[in-house]
Ligand binder design. Structure first.
Ligand SMILES: [Zn+2]
Length: 310
């Protein structure tokens, strides 16, 4: 038993808790220790404190996490691991909450190892929910040169271009939530970044206003965006040197690895919140793949406890 275990019902201290037999968990063939609280008489086990508490299929978690960041759709994952698609849908939400926590931890560890972040690239990824008439904007900030996503959000924006009129007629007026969201993200960035950080963005007018207001001491470099190299892949630029490579390449990766963000796919986002969950899982796996942190064994074990969870 862990040193500081309390009773989950009455919060009685360690000394009033006694061992109370074991049980065999069929799901992953483990013997689990049970305990009893002498103060209130309630029973619990080591499994009570795990994120996987009350899950019936623990073994599929690490596969699901990996598959969501490897361009697979929920239906394919369900078929592969042999569970219902509804299980995959609920595990997406569950894994995302763990991944979010892990991503925060990763960022803290990165700053501890490499010192304060000096340069950040910021841009919006455009996708949609259900139909192209209902676009979504995903503002993302990444570390320049490293491609580690710092922060992101998902906001509804009105349809633009030739779809603007059709969308208004069909679905009514769609609010622009992106301005409010970017404001919120910059508020959070203030806690992560030093005041003299450098920003690299495209010519979006709102970015300049935000940076000036929230980071008055920072330097802001603006690069006018080039045309995409391949039709339908706006992120990969034709020019020999792309000044916004870090953010553009991160967008290209997320489009390739997160199934619902693929170009010309029929797997679309139905709820903006689930898109955010999916991106959180992607960032979790992506940061592991980057292998930028030389973490100690203890830290890795702590992170494994968060993500792989048995
Ligand atoms: Zn108790």
């Amino acid at each position: 038993m862990e040193a500081n275990t309390q009773c989950p019902s009455c919060a009685a201290p360690n000394k009033s808790i006694v061992r109370d037999g074991t049980f065999h968990r069929a799901d992953d063939a483990k013997v689990v220790q049970r305990f009893r609280c002498k103060a209130c008489g309630k029973r619990f086990s080591t499994a009570t404190f795990k994120p996987t508490y009350r899950q019936k299929k623990r073994r599929i978690n690490s596969t699901i996490r990996f598959c969501f960041a490897s361009n697979m759709c929920p239906r394919d994952i369900a078929e592969m691991v042999g569970v219902d698609i509804k299980t995959i849908a609920s595990r997406l939400i569950w894994q995302a909450s763990l991944s979010r926590e892990k991503n925060r931890h990763y960022l803290r560890a990165y700053v501890q190892h490499n010192g304060p972040i000096q340069c950040v690239q910021f841009d919006d990824l455009i996708t949609f929910e259900h139909t192209k008439c209902k676009p979504l904007s995903v503002p993302v900030a990444v570390i320049d040169g490293k491609r580690i996503p710092l922060i992101f959000g998902v906001a509804a924006i009105p349809a633009f271009g030739h779809l603007a009129n059709i969308a208004r007629k069909k679905y009514g007026k769609r609010p622009d939530e992106s301005i409010e969201l970017r404001e919120e993200l910059f508020q959070k960035l203030k806690a992560i970044l030093p005041p003299d950080v450098m920003f690299k963005t495209d010519g979006h007018a709102h970015y300049a206003r935000l940076i000036k207001r929230h980071f008055p001491d920072s330097e802001h470099q603006v690069f006018i965006s080039d045309r995409g190299a391949i039709v339908g892949q706006g992120e990969l630029k034709k020019t020999a040197f792309d000044n916004l490579f870090s953010i553009n390449h991160t967008f290209a990766t997320v489009r390739a690895k997160v199934n619902r963000l693929n170009r010309r796919t029929w797997c679309t986002t139905k709820k903006p919140k689930r898109l955010a969950d999916h991106i959180d899982i992607f960032i979790d796996v992506f940061c592991d793949r980057l292998k930028l942190l030389n973490l100690s064994r203890q830290t890795l074990q702590r992170r494994a406890a968060l993500s792989l969870v048995i």
